[in-house]
Design a protein. Sequence first.
Lengths: 260, 174
Amino acid sequence: MKTMRITFSLLGLLAGLLFAQSCSYLPSNELVGELNDYAEDPDYITFTSVSDTVPNKENVFVFFPGGLVDPHAYINPLSQCLESFSRIIIIKADANLSILPTPNLEDIVETFDLDESHRIIVGGHSLGGVSACQLAADEDLIAGLILMASYPASADDLSDFQGQVLSITASEDRIYDRDIFLERQNQLPAGISTQILSELPTFVAPNESVYFDILGGNHAQFGDYGKQKGEEEEPVLSADAQHSIVAQVIQRFKQASLWD
Amino acid sequence: MGLRIAIGICCFMAWFNVASQQINVGSSRAIGIVYQDKADVFDNNQSYNFQFRSSFRPLAIGMEFRTIDWGNQIGISLLYNNYKTFNERWGLQYDIGMIHSIALFRPGFKYSIGLLGRTSLAYQLNEKHRIEFGVALRYDKILAYNDFGAINQTLELPIHLSITRQLFPKMIQE
């Protein structure tokens, strides 16, 4: 009995520590502004652009949140990107971990009634970017890939990816592994790097990448969930400023990729 | 915070290990049928539970870890439970009760409550062990999540598989 008691107590300790590592970051701010056609179900959060100017093809952005971050924490930052996309779809993953099974592209296409008139761009923050890369590696329908503080898993080789790739990082990011990030650039199409908005290319061809590093930005501010453990210092750039820069970079990249 | 949770769980297990006669360990997969006010079929993830049952009173206290629409949560279940034997091998286990949970969020946990009714077919493997397979009806609500997401309640049909170990078989026979 004594052995059993010790075993269960140790199991309890292990379970407790495991559970304590399962906490998700909640949004730190309430929703700013009104969203058009906002809808939420157990698998997705979606909203659309209010713009009257509908391009020839509607750009749909499928976004995977970072690991253990509540998906609602991306609504505010992504709502600033509605000039680039007519619809934004945020994937709600099991346990807030997008590496666990999430809806596949077929499910997304069926649920949102997407067809040839839509251009599908996938993206993600941190761990979510890994899932976005997996989806892009498996599916030909995807026109572009947008990574935020992320890189492909070692198994996903996207060097032949036929869409455009935008990879945004932040100079004060203390969470992601910069060495692996640099190493995994081999698994993405070749491209250019810059830290200055005006130096972004005016044309990006298919199978090309653009790397943009936000000076003073950090990891958590790609979302809207305050400070992330491991990144306790006050960021140089405010969250609002980082969201705005991300939106501007995406807007310029969209124009350069001729996604109009 | 993590250390406090770990110590709490450790004490909980040690105390109930002394006070109980049966241990049940299981897992369930829930099929969601209603979220908020909308009827729909959706996959609502996995739960793992650990339960201590009294052989003398129809009571069970347990712990569970589960994923649900709003994230991950750990809970303490307080259940009325009973077991009816059909013959020496087969029986029916049923539980009904409440689950008090904390949804695991940063910067602070949120309280969530669940109601559960479950019935399981049980097969006695040997003197000490039996396996149970059953279905349940479960309702969960997290009021504090109103500020963040549109979904703060779910109704589900979990499918449950577990194994029960009798800790003191000789005492029961006496």
